[in-house]
Design a protein around this ligand. Structure first.
Ligand code: ASP
Length: 325
């Protein structure tokens, strides 16, 4: 008798949950493909705060699934239940990993519903505080004098920091020993402690450390100098002599393929509301990021952009001859 009652009430409960639609009573989880405290993680936490009200006050959790340059997390989300309660926040790695990995646990083009891009973030070239060079020219002299002995951190093959480091080494025609971490938060900690020499990382992670002189900063990777007070005196790599050097990292949200259209529409509406939230905008801009406000915040525009970036970056990566297994 008792078990019938339990069965009947749980059937009723699942009916109620189903009728509530999305978001249901479960939390929404944003899977972050890198370690906590880094650029993607910080953005995920800011988005979670700004998307909560537009998603009817849903609880939004962050799950860090770090490793293999973000590909483990992307594989995990591609196979998650497509009910909108599991989404992925990922960056340019979505466009670099197809060229870098012989085998990927997901297909970028067919395994996801694209939910929209959120921000674009410049990168900075930074060094351990004890590195003797005090400006970009001195840095190049130091690199040339220390060939074969230089350690360059990154967040794994396919990460933004990997792409930036790859382009930097190829521009200088110097090979450095790359040290992969599970995200640039632990890489930055080791850089500040002097365990590695150089790191290329997003301004959302480096601005405070540059301002506090915890690292040495030499240049930004954008074609124009930044206006953020702590970064405005840094030269661009282009003006420092590397013609055409440009790396800007974009971040976007993805759901597993097959997530219903009404659910992806709700997620996209909540994302767009976050991107118009003055507190969110102020925070991102204070860290050198640009909050996107164009058709790339729509699923179709997002997907089109990722296809174009994959086509642009693939040959550059292949020319550098780096592969992961
Ligand atoms: N954005 C970093 C990178 O790809 C990874 C991270 O967020 O920790 O270099």
């Amino acid at each position: 008798m008792k078990s019938w009652l339990v069965l009947a009430s749980s059937a009723l409960f699942s009916l109620v949950v189903h009728a509530q639609g999305f978001p249901g009573s479960k939390p929404v989880t944003i899977v972050v493909p890198f370690a906590a405290g880094g650029p993607v993680d910080k953005l995920a936490r800011d988005l979670a705060e700004a998307m909560r009200q537009p998603l009817s006050g849903a609880t939004i959790l962050i799950e860090n699934v770090a490793g293999a340059g973000g590909t483990i997390a992307a594989g995990k989300v591609s196979k998650a239940n497509p009910d909108g309660h599991t989404v992925l926040l990922h960056h340019v790695g979505m466009a670099t990993s197809p060229a870098l990995y012989r085998k990927l646990p997901f297909n970028v083009g067919t395994d996801f519903e694209y939910l929209g891009l959120a921000t674009e973030v410049p990168m900075t070239l930074i060094a351990r505080p004890t590195l003797p060079a005090n400006n970009y020219k001195e840095l190049v002299d130091w690199i040339n004098a220390n060939k074969g002995k230089i350690n360059l951190g990154n967040a794994g093959l396919g990460a933004a920091s990997h792409l930036c480091g790859l382009l930097f080494q190829s521009a200088l025609q110097v090979d450095m020993t790359t040290v992969p971490y599970k995200g640039t938060a632990p890489a930055l900690a080791d850089l500040m402690g002097g365990q590695i020499d150089l790191l290329c990382d997003q301004t959302t992670n480096t601005t405070a450390q540059i301002e506090g002189k915890k690292v040495k900063a030499y240049a930004v990777t954008t074609p124009k100098r930044l206006t953020t007070p702590a970064l405005k005196d840094l030269p661009t790599l282009q003006e420092s002599g590397i013609k055409g050097f440009e790396v800007t990292i974009w971040n976007g949200l993805y759901a597993p393929k097959g997530t219903p259209a009404d659910v992806t529409a709700k997620l996209n509406t909540a994302l767009k509301a976050a991107l118009k939230d003055p507190a969110f905008i102020k925070k991102q801009e204070g860290l050198g990021a640009i909050v996107i406000n164009d058709k790339r915040t729509d699923p179709a525009g997002h997907k089109q952009f990722v296809v174009a970036e994959t086509a642009k970056l693939g040959p550059i990566i292949k020319a550098a001859g780096v592969f992961a297994d």
